[in-house]
Write a protein that binds this ligand. Structure first.
Ligand code: HEC
Ligand code: HEC
Length: 435
């Protein structure tokens, strides 16, 4: 409500100032008492009408893009003020009445049109289960782009990210510096070459010195590029690209999440879509859908294959990483905070890419730092700022640009609130808060 009045005032204040000026002018200059009072009163009515008009316009502007059902209210207000003006300005009354009637008709029509779909909009959209197997390569690639980046065409957009979350770590564009994970441009060709690396131990999983030697007992190693890609997704620690392992493990362990397991949980069909995009966007002939599925079946046992279920709509375009309904530990996992940060009390949060998130201890020190140029005054504000705008203050000795800058768009307000609640209670050397 306050927002509405502020917006209305922002639009209308020059007119209001003018009308008040006019009232004072009449008051001072008209000598005859009756004439003076009529003039001042009419100006006052005009002012009321103007106020209503500006509120109506502000309401229209504010609610136009929302789901509000208040739009017809604006039109009803304009109709009412037209008739009000008609009552007091009798010499032009007919004009106002005609205008008012026309407006009423428009209001009724647009109100009707505006109101109905919004009421219907309350129903959840029907769940569409995608038939990946029946798609052309281009359709499959489009679904893949949606899964990786959140929408068709989004692969060109800096910071775009979808349910697969790959861009949190991987660069995708040719020549783009990708420090945390290999740039995936050229992967269709590179995949074949990786198999020649002696560290890959083709055909001899027993000789591998990685944290996991095989995707599952008896699965063996990859034959051919597509199988290499499938194995990379299903068992990141089976072979770790040199220099990209978890710090301190000597490239024995990969920081990449297992893509078919929670929280990402892509189904085989979705994985096939992702892989098809990797080929198609380079103008390369992708393997057939059946070949890709076979490659995944080699590395993911039946029981571990996520089903494309109702609560996991396929390829949810542009979706959020976390809705805020989840328990806080799951939010940290879904948003991959755990990969980079150690967070006391959160299972699996042992990352060392960024600082340990003991924010009740850290935040006051950051704010006190003379180099701090942000706007936060409290622990909660500092955490919020760090998550949605990591570049505002970069914690030493970490480099800028490592913490993704997408969380402002990719976490719901509820999820962010839970993150801030939790982190603001974590203190160095104290028991972590209960979850
Ligand atoms: C948390 C960071 C992270 C996320 C998220 C992630 N990856 Fe990775 N990925 C890595 C790292 C680090 C490596 C290199 C180490 C290794 O070989 O496992 C890697 C390796 C790979 C490789 C092998 C690359 C090569 O040059 O041999 C492929 C293919 C791959 N990732 C695809 C994906 C796809 C597709 C997604 C999204 C569905 C994804 N990754 C999500 C971090 C990530
Ligand atoms: C790709 C790795 C990465 C991911 C994923 C990541 N961060 Fe960070 N984060 C960093 C790095 C590196 C820094 C330190 C540099 C900086 O301040 O930007 C940092 C800094 C922070 C800080 C400031 C810490 C301090 O003590 O001042 C907070 C808070 C934070 N991250 C929270 C989060 C949360 C919450 C998530 C998940 C929604 C997350 N981060 C995901 C790498 C990451």
């Amino acid at each position: 409500m306050a927002e509405l009045f502020a917006a209305a005032f922002g639009l209308g204040w020059p007119v209001l100032v003018l009308l008040v000026g006019l009232m004072i002018y009449f008051q001072v200059t008209i000598p005859d008492r009756a004439t003076r009072r009529r003039a001042v009163f009419k100006t006052f009515i005009g002012m009321l009408a103007a106020v209503m008009a500006f509120i109506a316009i502000a309401n229209y502007k504010l609610n136009f893009f929302g789901n509000s059902r208040l739009l017809p209210v604006s039109l009803a207000m304009v109709t009412a003020l037209s008739f009000m003006m008609a009552m007091y300005f009798y010499n032009v009354s007919a004009l106002f009445k005609i205008g008012g009637t026309m407006f009423f008709v428009a209001a009724a029509l647009s109100g009707y049109g505006n109101w109905l779909p919004q009421v219907e909009g309350g129903f959840p959209p029907p769940e569409v289960k995608l038939d990946f197997g029946g798609m052309t390569a281009q359709q499959l690639a489009d679904e893949g782009e949606k899964i990786i980046f959140g929408g068709i065409g989004q692969s060109k957009v800096q910071g775009a990210i979808g349910k697969g979350q790959c861009p949190l770590c991987h660069g995708f564009n040719e020549g783009f510096l990708s420090e945390r994970a290999p740039n995936l441009f050229g992967i269709p060709e590179r995949a074949k070459k990786q198999l020649e690396d002696p560290r890959y131990h083709k055909g001899k999983p027993g000789d591998r010195d990685t944290a996991q030697k095989e995707a599952f007992a008896g699965s063996g190693t990859a034959e051919g590029g597509q199988e290499y890609i499938a194995e990379s997704h299903a068992c990141p620690s089976c072979y770790v690209v040199s220099g990209f392992g978890v710090k301190g493990t000597n490239d024995k362990e990969s920081p990449m999440p297992t893509i078919h397991k929670p929280p990402i949980s892509l189904s085989l069909g979705e994985l096939a879509a992702v892989d098809t995009w990797l080929y198609v966007r380079e103008g390369k002939e992708p393997p057939s859908y059946e070949e890709i599925i076979k490659a995944y079946e080699k590395f993911i046992p039946e029981a571990d294959r996520p089903k494309q279920t109702e609560d996991q709509p396929a390829a949810g375009g542009g979706g959020l990483l976390a809705t805020g309904e989840e328990p806080v530990a799951q939010i940290f996992a879904k948003a991959q905070c755990v990969v980079c940060h150690t967070i006391p009390g959160i299972p699996g949060a042992m990352g060392t890419v960024g600082p340990k998130l003991v924010e009740k201890t850290n935040a006051p020190n950051r704010i006190k730092d003379p180099a701090y140029k942000g706007g936060a005054k409290t622990v909660r504000e500092y955490i919020t700022e760090s998550v949605i705008s990591p570049g505002t203050y970069v914690v030493k000795p970490f480099p800028d640009g490592v913490m993704p800058k997408v969380f402002g768009q990719k976490l719901s307000a509820g999820a962010l609130n839970k993150i801030v609640d939790y982190l603001s209670q974590v203190e160095e050397g104290k028991e972590p808060p209960k979850i």
